[in-house]
Design a protein around this ligand. Structure first.
Ligand SMILES: Cc1ncc(COP(=O)(O)O)c(C=O)c1O
Length: 395
């Protein structure tokens, strides 16, 4: 019997996740500089590492309350209250998860009836789409390629009128892959449309700490009763390997979400929870030195792209640049494959981020300045050689 025949159709028909698939495809090219991974190159701050070590030495190595210890939930609630002005009751409105990755699946499993549709403004982080499929839902992409990658209230209203089966809208701010982020007035206007159409809002704010020259704003300020917020420590505290995420939501929604979490993972490692308390309290501003360096790198890459005539959105947050592929390439994949094979620079094809990403590529600048400088030199040489080849074809 074909082994695959017992796997659900929804799983079999899911396309593989595009970022890691492309990244794997090019990783064996000798000497390649990979700007594909969305992972801080900084080490976890020492004081957080010590908190984790201390937890092990103190035998803090047992199951905890499945939602997280009250201490870690309170620390997380205090952190977002102080930083973003959103307020949650640690006892009933906060659940800790194994990274935001778990939070995404928990929430879609809790919200979606079979066939329910979810608006995903695209380009968009591809993991949501996989989680929606696993949960039995369907994706309604809102292609933002012609709207400067920003969802407007007019567009959301139009989409909500045309797609009444969609009852959820997911917003990532700041965005992976574009770095676009939303202002208070924009979020307030989107919240009004969400309320008008009874949409539930999922707001992924994992990059909230990485904003440039502005303070992060959360849509939860404007529609708290229907918003589920994701946050975590992977990006803000360079803790991708620790696996720590948080869900904030009103109690009425959280009861169901918490149920899924308990059956899914039970609890987050007790050691990681101790380290997370340290990150949210003593490490409340740990991002500052990292953010300064990210901004320098962002400006370095933007300047290099401008020099070679590649258009890019100036990111207001996160650590990605979403840039247009040169006109002589037919697809993102064709350009990114050529760049990897011929110039040994790895970037992610824009189509990995849904229909709004075709024609673009994503650069992650969460890597050393030396790496970025070398990659930009290689890109410049590659485009110059391309130009020369085109001219000789025309002659
Ligand atoms: C927008 C977004 N959400 C969630 C995640 C997952 O993060 P975590 O490491 O907390 O699972 C990522 C990771 O790249 C991301 O870019």
């Amino acid at each position: 019997m074909n082994q695959n025949s017992i796997i659900r159709d929804a799983i079999l028909s899911m396309p593989p996740e595009g970022i890691s698939t492309f990244s794997k495809q090019i990783e064996d090219i000798p000497g390649i500089i990979k700007l594909t991974v969305g992972e801080p190159d900084f080490d976890t701050p020492d004081h957080i590492k010590s908190a984790g070590i201390w937890a092990i030495q103190e035998n803090d190595t047992h199951y905890t309350d499945p939602l997280g210890t009250l201490a870690v939930r309170q620390a997380a609630a205090d952190f977002v209250a102080k930083k973003y002005g959103i307020f949650y009751d640690a006892k009933t409105e906060v659940v800790t998860t194994i990274g935001v990755s778990e939070a995404i699946l928990d929430v879609f499993l809790a919200l979606l009836e079979p066939g329910d549709e979810v608006f995903l403004p695209s380009p968009v982080f591809p993991v949501y789409q996989g989680a929606i499929s696993i949960a039995g839902g369907k994706v309604d992409y809102i292609n933002l390629a012609n709207d400067n990658f920003k969802l407007t209230p007019e567009r959301l209203r139009q989409e909500a009128q045309e797609n009444p089966r969609a009852k959820t809208i997911l917003l990532t701010t700041p965005s992976n892959p574009t770095g676009v982020s939303y202002e208070d007035d924009e979020l307030e206007a989107l919240a009004a449309v969400a309320r008008e159409f009874d949409l539930t809002v999922i707001s992924d704010e994992i990059y909230a700490e990485i904003t440039y020259d502005k303070v992060h704003s959360s849509i939860a300020k404007f529609i708290p009763e229907r918003t589920i917020v994701f946050n975590g420590l992977s990006k803000s505290h360079a803790m991708t390997g620790w696996r720590f995420g948080v869900i904030f939501a009103p109690e009425s929604l959280m009861e169901g979400i918490a149920k899924v979490h308990v059956f899914n993972s039970y609890d987050v490692s007790s050691i990681v929870q101790k380290a997370a308390i340290e990150a949210f309290t003593v490490g409340i501003n740990d991002i500052d030195p990292m953010k300064k360096i990210y901004k320098e790198r962002r400006d370095l890459v933007l300047a290099a792209l401008e020099k070679v005539g590649i258009e890019a959105v100036t990111p207001e947050g996160a650590f990605y640049i979403f840039a247009k592929i040169p006109a002589n390439y037919e697809s993102s994949l064709e350009f990114c494959t050529a760049l990897a094979e011929q110039a040994r620079v790895g970037v992610v094809p824009g189509d990995a981020f849904g229909p709004g990403g075709e024609g673009y590529f994503r650069i992650s600048y969460a890597t050393s300045t030396a790496n970025l400088e070398m990659a930009m030199d290689r890109l410049t040489d590659f485009l110059a050689a391309d130009d020369l080849a085109l001219k000789s074809q025309e002659a």
